[in-house]
Design a protein around this ligand. Sequence first.
Ligand code: C2E
Ligand code: CA
Ligand code: CA
Length: 654
Amino acid sequence: MFVIDTSDRELMRAQFRSFSKHIPLLYIILVINTAAIVITSFRLEHYEKTLIVPAIISSFALARAVWWSRQKNADHLSDEQISAYLRRTCVLAAVQSLTFTLWAIWVYQGLDAFGRSNVTFFLALSQVSTVFCLMTLRVAANLVALVSTVSFALYFSWIDDAQLLPQAIVLCCVCLGMTVIIQGYNHSFTELVSSRRSLHQRQIETEKLSHENRRIAFTDALTGLPNRRELLERLDLLEHKQDVADDSLAVVFIDLDGFKEINDEHGHQSGDQLISSVAQRLRQQCPKGARIARVGGDELAVLIEVDDPGKSANAQAITLASVLLKEASLPITIDRHVLQVGASIGVAANNSDAIAPRELLRRADMAMYHAKTSGKGQVALYSEGLDEGRLHRLEIEAQIVNGLAREEFEIEYQPIVGATSRHITGVEALLRWPQRPEGPLPPDQFIEIAESTGQIHPIGLYVLTKACCDLKGIEGVTLSVNVSPAQFRHPNFEQQVLKILEQTGFPPERLQLEITESYLLSNPERAFQAVAALKAQGIALALDDFGTGFTSIHYLQSYGFNHIKIDKSLTSDLAQQHKARRLVEGAIIMASALDIDVTAEGVENAQQADILEHVGCQCLQGYYFGRPMALTKLHHVIRQQDRSLRPAGKRAAG
Ligand code: C2E
Ligand code: CA
Ligand code: CA
């Protein structure tokens, strides 16, 4: 009851704050009561009693009131200072209360009954109000109650032969009651402070949690970079910003080339590691003020914000794009494999009229798409024309989905003849889309789109299945089917091919798959494995479009191709250009040394056919021998050929 608890600093400060507000009021009440007693006792003409002592008490009270009214803010006070003030307040409260009570008793003695009752009233009043004002500082309130009650009660029980004893007892009871109230009030006050404290604590924890949630929601878990959501939020924020200057914002959109292949061949774990490493490397290349975010599987975007009006965001973005392009294509070692990807990068800036920041992201994405579809490994800048190209591709993409569902695709077969015999020894299956509602579309214009969307897988399986069924009955004729690099990369490709052969009953020795060299160069390990597995089943492999790439003898040899197909661009130049002729001759010599047969594509006239036959080409293919044709026509052509081949006697007999 009489000890100040300074262990709970927060409680101590709360006490200080609370009663520092009430103390000036307390002193003012004290001064008023003093004045009231002075007025009551002034006619005694005892100046020490009625003027000097009350003047001292009042001056001290006023001085304290002024001091306390300046202590409203306890924030600048240390805990030690506060605890010292609290102690001092307790001592002063006791001393002052005692002084006031003794003075009142002194005055009381010289007064008549009316004066005495006035003094008692004012004394009790000031005692009660003092106790209530000090209620938050329990010790001070208790001391005041005790000191003033005890001294007055003692005095009452001593004077006038203890006639005033009942009053003294009542006074003590009131004091006891007040003490109980003080205890209760203090208890509630302590609880209030501690519940406020725990509320505050909980608030801090909630804030921390929501901060953490936000961090997780806006961070990409794999790379630790900001994610798409965070980038979009930043772009939206910029959208609401006033006066975004022209050419102050730019987005660089990066999509990794060849990532899908690595994922397919080395597994997702390696893919993840690769993304993570590339992302870190690219981040290190980003200058200050550029934020990089992972916006998709293998897509990253950098937002460049330029504050300096003299600098161009577009120029910065272009410079950064070429740095990132180089950085992305450096080899990376993952699980002892040296892996390499590339990047297709798009750049867009708000260099002309007000462009919404989110639109910048779309534009940069569009430009990236353009970079990707026009050869990969390059940087493309956004221009309005790109939107149309993208739209066209999106339309075709949707049409392919419908086309597959409605069986709009068909296959035509182009004869391949022996160079010397000029008889059909094989056919190449070529995909057609005659029933497309918008009009037929040549394969050159949709195969590549189907490759980029993955639609080439169902298309490829359709072609192979249909062609095997169609050609099964035409014995002695080999079937060549084109296979896209994307199909070849599929981890189950070999199994899928074998399954189709089994289902259709087509003999593997009569099947030849044609593949372009681009895939072999970019994925030597996986290609090697696939070629070996297919060859083991008796399926022949042909290298398509030979002469347009860089295939080396080493490649031809190590993959064990059965065939190379000389590209039609070389064939068409044969008659006019010596160079083309020498190239074809060289290829044939090289191929025959490796025991590889050569087919020339695009033979359109007798002159080309003769030259090719002369230089040692084994097979010929081209409009001169037959355009790609429907199956029924192929049946007809082969029947005619068979008839012309039959010996004269047999023909007559037949
Ligand atoms: P490719 O494999 O080089 O096919 C040969 C292309 O040359 C065919 O074009 C054929 O019609 C054309 N051609 C044949 N002889 C001559 C000739 O004497 N002169 C000229 N100028 N051209 C000739 P097509 O059918 O338009 O096919 C284009 C490309 O589309 C093919 O090139 C092939 O890469 C791809 N393709 C066609 N069908 C399929 C398929 O089922 N799957 C895959 N993955 N690709 C296919
Ligand atoms: Ca081909
Ligand atoms: Ca070809």
